[in-house]
Write a protein that binds this ligand. Structure first.
Ligand SMILES: [Zn+2]
Length: 448
C-alpha cells in the first residue's frame, strides 16, 4: 500500500482535538490519514515537501446540479434569473442525451477537483433513462472524487412510477460496496414543487433504502406556502435530510428542521443570483446551527468554495453592520473565519452523511485533503493562515488535491486528465443541447 508524507506544511486539521500546526507532517497510508504531527518518521513513504503550503481538508460541496456544468456563466442571459429555480433545467434538460450528461458531469466534477473540492453532492435530476444514469455515474468514476450521487427525476416530466424499482436496482448495482467513493441519496422535488403525497412516497422510499435525502425548500415565493410545516406535521422531517436554500421559510419552519436534526445547505451565491431570497444565515447562527455550503449551479456562480465562504461571511457581516448603523442594540457576533471554514469542510461532510469519513484531518479518516500554496503573489505574506484561505485564496492556490490518498491534482495540474478530450466533449455536448433546446448563447465566436 502506498504511503505519502506531506512534510513541513502549515496544517489546519479542522479537528478541534487535533488542532492546527504552524509546521507539521501528514502521513497518508493507503487511503487513510495515519498520523499528523511534527517530524514524523517517513520510513519508505514518498515525501512531498509542502513547506510553502497550507494543508487542510478538501472542501465539501453539499448540493450541485453537476450535469448543468455545460452551461457555466451564462451572464445576463441566464434563464433562471427572477426566482424560477427550474427555468434553466426545464429548458436544457429535455435536450440532454446520455453522452451530454457524461460530458456535463465530467467537466463539472473536474472543475470541482481543480478548485480543491474533494466531496460533492451531485443533485442529479437528469435521470430521464437508465442510460442517463449510467452516463452520470461513469463520469464520477472517471473524475475520481468522493461524491454523493443524489438521484432525481427530471423536473420537466410527470413523476416516474418506475423510480422506486430503478433506485432499488441502482442501490445494489452501484452502491453496495462499503468502501467506495460514491454513495447514493435521493433528490426529490419536495413539497414546494410536488404534492405532499408524492413527497411522502419519496421520503418513505429513501428510508426503506437507508439513504439520505436532499431537498430544496424556502425557494423564493415557493417557500412561502407553509409546505415545510405541512411536512413536519405529517411526521416526515428527520436527521437524514439536508434542506437546501431555506431562504423564505418562516422562523418557525427553520425551528422545525432544527428540532428534527436535519442539515442545512446554504447556496448563498446562486440563491441571490436567482432570486430565491436572502440566505437565512443569522437565523441559523442564532440557533447555534452550523450550515454547510453549496455551489448549486454554475450558470452564474464559479465552481469553487472560496466564493461560497466569502459570500456567506460577507452577507453576515454586512447585515450586522447595517443593524449597528441603524442604531440597533444587541447585535450578534461577527461570524469568524474559523467557523466559515468549518462550514465549507466538516459541516459539509456531516450534511453529506460522511462526517466520520472526511471533512477534517483526523487519523483514521480518509485522506481527502488539499495543499494550498502560500508562496504565490496573490497571498504572501501570510499573516493569518485561516484568514488567508477564507479571504484571499482562490483556485490558483490549489496546488494538490488528494481523495482517499490518491492524487487527483499535483503541482497545479489535474492528474491523468486529457484536457483536450474533456474540452472537446464539453463543447460538442454544449452545442448539441443549446441548439436542440433553443438556448441562445453569446459564444466566444459571437462576441464582437
Ligand atoms: Zn439547487
Amino acid at each position: 500500500m502506498s504511503r505519502i508524507l506531506l512534510k513541513d506544511g502549515c496544517v489546519l486539521s479542522l479537528d478541534r482535538k487535533i488542532g492546527n500546526f504552524h509546521r507539521a507532517d501528514v502521513l497518508i497510508d493507503g487511503s487513510t490519514i495515519s498520523e499528523i504531527g511534527p517530524d514524523l518518521r517517513a520510513g519508505n513513504a514518498e515525501v512531498i515537501d509542502v513547506s510553502d503550503s497550507i494543508v487542510m481538508p478538501g472542501f465539501v460541496d453539499t448540493h450541485r446540479h453537476v450535469w448543468e456544468g455545460l452551461f457555466r456563466n451564462l451572464g445576463d442571459r441566464a434563464p433562471a434569473r427572477g426566482g424560477d429555480p427550474g427555468a434553466l433545467s426545464r429548458q436544457i434538460g429535455p435536450a440532454y442525451r446520455p453522452e451530454d450528461v457524461h460530458a456535463g458531469n465530467l467537466v463539472g466534477l473536474l472543475g470541482a477537483v481543480d478548485a480543491g473540492i474533494t466531496t460533492v453532492l451531485d443533485w442529479s435530476h437528469i435521470q430521464a433513462t437508465p442510460e442517463h444514469t449510467e452516463a452520470a455515474i461513469a463520469a464520477h468514476h472517471e473524475a475520481g472524487l468522493r461524491a454523493v450521487f443524489a438521484y432525481g427525476a427530471p423536473w420537466w416530466r410527470e413523476s416516474d412510477p418506475t423510480q422506486a424499482d430503478t433506485l432499488r436496482r441502482l442501490a445494489s448495482a452501484h452502491f453496495a460496496g462499503a468502501d467506495q467513493l460514491l454513495t447514493l441519496a435521493l433528490a426529490p422535488p419536495g413539497p414546494e414543487f410536488a404534492s405532499l403525497e408524492s413527497a411522502r412516497a419519496d421520503w418513505e422510499l429513501a428510508r426503506e433504502l437507508g439513504i439520505r435525502i436532499s431537498v430544496h425548500v424556502g425557494v423564493g415565493d415557493y417557500g412561502r406556502g407553509g409546505k415545510l410545516a405541512e411536512m413536519a406535521r405529517a411526521g416526515l422531517l428527520g436527521a437524514d435530510t439536508t434542506y437546501v436554500s431555506c431562504a423564505t421559510l418562516s422562523d418557525e419552519e427553520i425551528g422545525m428542521i432544527a428540532d428534527s436534526g436535519g442539515s442545512f445547505s446554504l447556496a448563498a451565491a446562486a440563491g441571490m443570483m436567482m432570486g430565491y431570497g436572502m440566505p437565512p444565515i443569522q437565523q441559523l447562527l442564532d440557533r447555534q446551527i452550523s450550515p454547510s455550503l453549496s455551489v448549486d449551479a454554475e450558470s452564474n456562480v464559479p465552481t469553487d468554495m472560496f466564493t461560497q465562504m466569502r459570500a456567506v461571511i460577507s452577507i453576515q457581516h454586512a447585515s450586522l453592520f447595517d443593524l449597528k448603523l441603524a442604531g440597533k442594540g444587541g447585535v450578534p457576533n461577527l461570524l469568524t473565519t474559523r467557523r466559515i471554514l468549518e462550514f465549507a469542510t466538516i459541516e459539509g461532510a456531516r450534511a453529506n452523511g460522511l462526517g466520520d469519513v472526511t471533512g477534517s484531518l483526523t487519523p483514521g479518516k480518509q485522506a481527502d485533503l488539499v495543499v494550498l500554496r502560500s508562496d504565490t503573489p496573490n497571498i504572501y505574506p501570510i499573516n493569518d493562515p485561516i484568514g488567508a484561505v477564507v479571504w484571499g485564496m482562490d483556485t490558483s492556490n490549489v496546488d494538490s488535491v488528494f481523495v482517499a490518498g490518491k492524487a487527483l491534482k499535483r503541482d497545479g495540474e489535474l492528474v491523468g486528465v486529457d484536457v483536450a478530450r474533456v474540452s472537446a466533449l464539453a463543447y460538442s455536448a454544449r452545442d448539441h443541447v443549446a441548439r436542440t433546446a433553443g438556448l441562445e448563447l453569446l459564444t466566444m465566436e459571437a462576441v464582437g
